[in-house]
Design a protein around this ligand. Sequence first.
Ligand SMILES: C[S@@+](CC[C@H](N)C(=O)[O-])C[C@H]1O[C@@H](n2cnc3c(N)ncnc32)[C@H](O)[C@@H]1O
Length: 306
Amino acid sequence: MKMTDGNAVVFGRSLKLEREAPAPSQADQIIRFYEEASMDYAHWSRGLNMHLGFFRWGMNPFDREAMLEQLNIEVAKRLELDRNADSLLVDLGCGMGAVARSIARKYPRSTIRGVTLAPSQVRIADSINEQCGLKNRIEILNEDYTNLPFGNDTVDAAWGVESVCYATGAEKEDLIREVLRVLKIGGRFVVADCFVTNPARNFTPLIKKCYSTVCDAWAVSEMATLELFVASLESHGFTNIVIEDASWRAAPSLAHAPLAVLTFVLRKWLAGQKLKEHTINNLKASLLALVLGARKSKFSYCIISA
Ligand SMILES: C[S@@+](CC[C@H](N)C(=O)[O-])C[C@H]1O[C@@H](n2cnc3c(N)ncnc32)[C@H](O)[C@@H]1O
């Protein structure tokens, strides 16, 4: 038997071998998801925020955009930067640049580099940054946040909003190590994301199913486990670690999900547009996230600063 480029010649007969396509890597799955689903977020947020909001007393809980923008402000505050000093900041998993734009406005002397795996997000973010007059201060790069194109000790502060969940394992150690490498001594790292808490207590079958469906739909291999993530920060030398459980702050914006999903589907239906696979997954995950959000003993939305 002789092999020739996918064909096997068996006793003179040519047989086409069925080659199994290699399973897509985690990065490929993330890219595929965001290449297809990113613009769906325009229905969730005018400013293309791809995350939950932060509610403060006195805010209108029906104004979703204000709560989404408030989360960006909360992250900005925790960076504790001097508004009057030049700074180099990095947005780890920047999506379409919404958080970076808010932070650029809060810190007028900052220069921001956002990194994302999805090439279309780079193009969209660039064009909005241009329209907002921020193109000269925000550069969006198609890069992996576990292999940043920045030198050691060059960055004043970095943040990851609902993007850290994509790093490896429950500790997200590959990302933490890379952030530590690029941060200057004394530099700040702020994360806002959903964390698994109490991992020792088993998930019920229903929660297990919801959790795995949400992860699959959003191309997340596993969410960070709070205790392990914080232990990893400590073991890499991060200090002054502050963990804030912001679940109740995020809840009013999460409660917008069912109506947002319904109006999105209706709008597509009225326009005669078919829903794509990743869009359906995104909608499903947005609804199931409500179930996970209700399991306060197992999942928390946290803001962690270090
Ligand atoms: C839910 S979106 C959040 C976007 C943005 N932070 C926001 O809140 O609007 C997750 C983002 O993480 C990015 N991401 C995931 N893994 C990444 C990696 N290894 N390197 C760079 N970006 C990554 C995705 O490309 C996507 O832009």
